[in-house]
Design a protein. Structure first.
Lengths: 111, 547
């Protein structure tokens, strides 16, 4: 099983690089998860990641793409409230890639 | 984009030429991630196995359950006793070869083990070895191959796990089989056996665990679902000025709408869901969604587990009883409809408490199509004039069920709906549509990232057909009526030079064209300050006053 070394601590990851224990997430872990995929997290990325974490805390699931785009539109202006913007930040899909860095489980199903 | 070769598409005639065989072309794969014992337990499968350390250990016999060989054979024996069809399919293949070039995975991968006959034979040879006289006899003298039989070994298990996850159970090969052998049933049986020796597939088992626990594949709890639906109501309201409701757990509603949970979550699925809601609204149909049965798709079928398939189907029954509905309607989901149309009655019936004047269950297209034909919906076709649309027949609907209650209705009804709401429609080449349709490449439990290579290669025949109509007939969009097809295509078509927004839901097209009663123009909406919360409160208050 893969793992991530942060400040001398070993964080367990599943086969696809998602956290096994969601409670082990910290912003440093998020940075490291992104770095492992050659992504440098900017403030724009963090806006999305923070929203995902807030939403997850309330609903115990990642938001639907539409919910996410709408919330981003409301917070950051209409120009950014679309999936094109989200894909420009997270080319592998805001659902899957952003969730990984935010320490949330991967949404699976017919999606 | 990928460390394997993406098949090329030419667009010439829309049909991929049968490729030369390349032995072992997909032998480097190891199958999907194996499920952890915890998830296996939830589904009632044995857990006395060891998680393999890495993918290279998948199928190593020291990771399997104790006494794995006997237990695998016992399961096979059990299944052939339970399903007469399986026994017959294992016996009657004459290796005529009619199926060989019909499989999208064979065409896309060129691996001979993906010829349906060869893939079936991975199980059939074991059946012959242990359950037929000839196989037992020649097996005993160490020459099982004389009669097409083979010992059950570690390598066979590895092949099972790898190649039975390169079958989407689409049943295209079965259409061309002179004996009608259903490859899907063989793949399902193989996966059920694998589940019983410690090789359950992570994707399907985790997902079914979520349905058993929460009610849908995604694991959307009631609060999230309710918030999502409210958001969609708001979107429709902001767009049209009309409050179209998407009720959840509404007791006493006439119709229970069961739809794949992807309809709540993914694009373009969610546009389809808003389309159903608009149709129900305009026709004055009183419907509700259920948080308990918030999933149409039944993954129990993918892994051949009757018990799990039944457990999932019973959730729908319970929701229907608890909510007191009179009808059950299914949304756009291929596997949901296959299970609903073909098995719902035996799985979860009798449905004598529902209104017998309507089909049980009913497909949402069976509501929309007649309404369109009768002119009950106000349609502005020009709303879809920016598209030239084609339609992808989803396998489980095309080959596993009907829509509209007549032979071939499953092909006609969705096309009638599209043509009633779009001015521009073109079919893909005839060998790639109707019951010859090619799978999207992601059906049957293959829609998982760990099988991406299989998914991309398996999409080739459909992509070739799409490229043909794109280049020769100006097609811009492909509509589908299955959540898996929609998700698979949006993910893989970029590999073939298309863009993900070229995939649309059929009811999304309906949603674009439908003119709601009292719908405002864009200018009117811009002038007014629409407030969804206020409108919703008003609606609730007026309803309470009326009561």
């Amino acid at each position: 099983m893969a793992s991530l070394e942060i400040n001398g601590q070993s964080i367990e990851l599943d086969e696809e690089g998602y956290l096994v224990d969601l409670g082990s997430w910290t912003p440093e872990v998020g940075e490291a998860l992104a770095k492992a995929e050659d992504v440098e997290l900017t403030d724009e990325h963090w806006d999305i990641i923070n929203f995902l974490r807030e939403y997850y805390e309330e609903y115990q699931i990642a938001p639907a793409v539409r919910v996410l785009t709408k919330a981003v539109g409301k917070r950051l202006g209409k120009a950014k409230g679309n999936s094109k913007y989200l894909y420009s930040l997270f080319p592998y899909g805001p659902g899957k890639q952003a969730c990984k860095y935010a320490g949330l489980p991967k949404p699976t199903g017919c999606v | 984009m990928a460390d394997y070769e993406i098949p090329t598409v030419t667009g010439d005639d829309g049909i991929v030429d049968v490729p030369a065989l390349k032995e072992g072309a997909m032998g480097h794969l190891h199958g999907p991630w194996v499920s952890k014992p915890d998830f296996q337990k939830e589904l009632g499968f044995p857990t006395d196995f060891t998680m393999p350390e890495g993918v290279e250990n998948y199928g190593d016999v020291d990771t399997l359950v104790e006494n794995w060989k006997n237990r695998a054979l016992e399961k096979l024996d059990d299944l052939r006793g339970r399903y007469r069809s399986l026994q017959v399919f294992l016996d009657i293949c004459v290796k005529c070869g009619a199926c060989t070039d019909k499989c999208h995975y064979y065409i896309g991968t060129t691996d001979p083990k993906n010829m349906p006959v060869a893939r079936q034979d991975l199980l059939r040879k074991v059946y012959r070895r242990y359950f037929t006289f000839a196989g037992k006899f020649f097996g005993k003298i160490g020459k099982p191959e004389f009669v097409g039989a083979a010992d059950l070994t570690e390598d066979v298990v590895k092949d099972w796990y790898n190649y039975y996850h390169q079958c989407s159970q689409c049943r295209r090969c079965s259409v061309f089989c002179p004996y009608g052998i259903d490859t899907a049933e063989i793949s399902m049986a193989a996966r059920e056996i694998l589940d019983h020796i410690g090789m359950g597939q992570k994707y399907c088992t985790e997902i079914m665990g979520k349905v058993h626990k929460i009610g849908n594949n995604l694991g959307l709890p009631e609060a999230a679902l309710s918030d999502t639906l409210e958001g969609l109501e708001e979107d429709i309201y902001d767009d049209t000025g009309v409050l179209v409701e998407l009720p959840l757990d509404k007791k006493g509603a006439d119709i229970l709408l069961v739809t794949p949970s992807a309809d709540f979550f993914a694009e373009p699925h969610v546009d389809g869901l808003m389309g159903y809601a608009k149709v129900f609204h305009e026709l004055g149909l009183d419907f509700t969604l259920s948080s308990y049965a918030s999933e149409g798709a039944n993954f129990g079928m993918f892994i051949g587990s009757y018990e799990n398939m039944r457990r999932l189907a019973l959730r729908i029954r319970k929701a229907a009883i608890d909510l007191g509905v009179k009808r059950i309607v299914f949304g756009e989901c291929g596997h949901a409809w296959r299970v609903a149309y073909s098995f719902l009655n035996t799985l979860a019936g009798p449905w004598d408490f529902l209104d017998q004047n309507y089909p049980i269950p009913q497909h949402v297209l069976e509501i929309t199509e007649p309404a369109l034909a009768a002119g009950k919906l106000n349609i502005d076709k020009s709303a879809n004039d920016d598209m030239v649309v084609t339609f992808h027949d989803s396998c489980n609907i095309a080959r596993g069920s009907r829509i509209g209650g007549y032979e071939g209705g499953q092909f006609e009804v969705p096309r009638n709906v599209i043509k009633a709401v779009c001015n521009n429609y073109v079919d893909m080449p005839k060998d790639t549509i109707h019951d010859s349709t090619f799978c999207c490449g992601g059906g049957g439990g293959i829609l998982t990232d760990d099988l991406m290579e299989v998914r991309v290669k398996g999409a080739q025949p459909r992509m070739e057909a799409l490229k043909h109509v794109t280049e020769n007939h100006g097609v811009t969009h492909m509509a589908a009526i299955c959540a898996i097809c929609k998700s698979q295509f949006t993910k893989v078509i970029p590999y073939y030079g298309f863009t993900m927004d070229q995939i649309v839901s059929v009811h999304q097209l309906v949603s674009n064209a439908i003119q709601l009663t009292g719908q405002l123009t864009e200018d009117e909406i811009d002038e007014m300050e629409l407030d969804y919360d206020e409108a919703k409160e008003k609606l609730i208050a007026s309803r309470e006053a009326a009561e």
